[in-house]
Design a protein around this ligand. Structure first.
Ligand SMILES: [Zn+2]
Ligand SMILES: [Zn+2]
Length: 421
């Protein structure tokens, strides 16, 4: 499929997951190019990408505004009668003296997705009007950073879990905002998939010439070049002073600086925080003047005993299994960088991508607490308060996500290369 073009005109890319240089063929709409060694998607093309992105982002933004404006969920159980709007899931946490958790819930469920959508519309509109750059480079640079922190899909699952928890004890009604948020979560997912960073940078700043004498099928670092982490362009690396990408200006590194040190430090922090996250109560329920505090494991066992086994299983997987497995896998991978084991580099890369993908789903329990706290507020009759573990657990999820981001998967292939030498 590749055409025989002079080297300097070929669109070469260094895979961000394994560092192998490959030439991207001309792609038609609907096609995508994968790294031949590890399978990582290097570029994807859509029919009318700008119009598609703008339409999806605008629709998602409208549904988000609807989700914020209308009632989200209402409960009715005798004296307990309450109706909440979406922002109250964060504001009630603020009133319950959990400002950090409130801030994280507001950011991940509402604010960051909103900013991202406005950014997509602004940038694609600039591309459509062929306005050169005009802040588009700044917005495009933010896109990859924002991506993992938008958790509308996780929030939606948390809302469903809260509903199942409440069905036995109260009459629950879903507001217009609930359905709007469902559609929003889906549209947000479609919008993020519609943005092709590779194509976008080509439209924003063209394709500068690739350094000559670069060979496909070899690691970029071995040829003193690197793929820009922001725009993907292959650049020369200077041995003596920091280099910047000739297209987007980002600072270039052959490997993420101090990747292993940061990963170990963040993992250690997460492991320490995991102790209070499990030892302290996650949620404190007051019913007819009597308080009852439940830890993550305690709350899960109660759900199991009260016949909600599927929900208990979901909480177990998201709050216990995923954080522990994620920490163990990252420890194993960090160890294997220096001490190659029986796993192939491809298997290790797949393990890494799996931990990256599942990590954010651990936030589900924090969102359940946020929704329950907002909904059940009837003083001594019945109320729910967040426990100290909510903040600790939130910190565990964030530090493990940061640890996964700090880890450079290309290090796994460096070891592989040495094994074959
Ligand atoms: Zn690759
Ligand atoms: Zn760049």
């Amino acid at each position: 499929m590749t055409t025989q073009q002079p080297t300097k005109w070929r669109r070469l890319r260094a895979c961000p997951a394994c560092d192998m240089v490959s030439a991207i063929p001309v792609l038609r709409p609907g096609q995508h190019a994968n790294c031949p060694r590890c399978g990582h998607v290097l570029a994807r093309r859509y029919l009318h990408p700008v119009q598609r992105s703008i339409a999806l982002a605008a629709s998602a933004l409208i549904t988000l505004l609807m989700a914020v404006a209308f009632p989200f969920i209402s409960v009715d159980a005798g004296g307990l009668d309450n109706q909440i709007e979406l922002p109250q899931t964060a504001s009630t946490l603020l009133q319950s003296h959990q400002p950090v958790v409130a801030f994280i819930v507001a950011c991940t469920a509402i604010v960051l997705p909103g900013l991202y959508l406005v950014g997509v519309i602004a940038m694609q509109a600039n591309v459509l009007r062929t306005v050169p750059k005009a802040y588009s480079d700044v917005i495009a640079r933010l896109f990859s950073q924002l991506h993992p922190w938008m958790m509308a899909d996780v929030f939606m699952v948390a809302a469903l879990i809260s509903l199942v928890k409440l069905t036995g004890m109260a009459d629950v009604q879903l507001g217009a905002s609930f359905w709007a948020y469902c559609v929003f979560a889906l549209l947000l997912l479609m919008t993020t998939r519609s943005v092709d960073i590779d194509w976008l940078w080509y439209r924003l700043a063209g394709e500068p010439e690739t350094p000559e004498d670069i060979r496909c099928g070899m690691n970029a670092a071995a040829q003193q070049v690197t793929g820009c982490a922001t725009c993907g362009l292959i650049n020369h690396l200077s041995a003596h002073h920091p280099s910047n990408c000739v297209r987007c200006g980002s600072v270039l590194h052959a490997r993420k600086p101090h990747s292993l040190q940061f990963t170990w430090a963040l993992l250690l922090t997460a492991m320490i925080l995991y102790i209070p996250a499990n030892a302290y109560p996650m949620m404190i329920t007051t019913s007819l003047g009597q308080s009852h505090a439940a830890t993550i494991i305690g709350g899960m066992l109660e759900l199991w005993q009260h016949g909600s086994q599927p929900i208990a299983a979901v909480i177990f997987v998201a709050s216990v299994l995923v954080p522990i497995l994620k920490m163990l896998v990252l420890i194993l991978l960090s160890w294997l960088v220096k001490h190659p084991g029986p796993l192939s580099a491809l298997q290790k890369t797949r393990l890494y991508h799996l931990t990256e993908f599942v990590g954010r789903w651990s936030m589900v329990d924090v969102f359940v607490v946020a929704i329950m706290v907002a909904l059940i507020q009837s003083g001594n009759l019945m109320s729910v308060l967040p426990g100290p573990a909510a903040l600790a657990f939130c910190a565990v999820v964030i530090t493990t996500m940061l640890a996964a981001m700090a880890f450079d998967p290309r290090l796994l292939w460096d070891t592989q290369g040495k094994q074959h030498d």
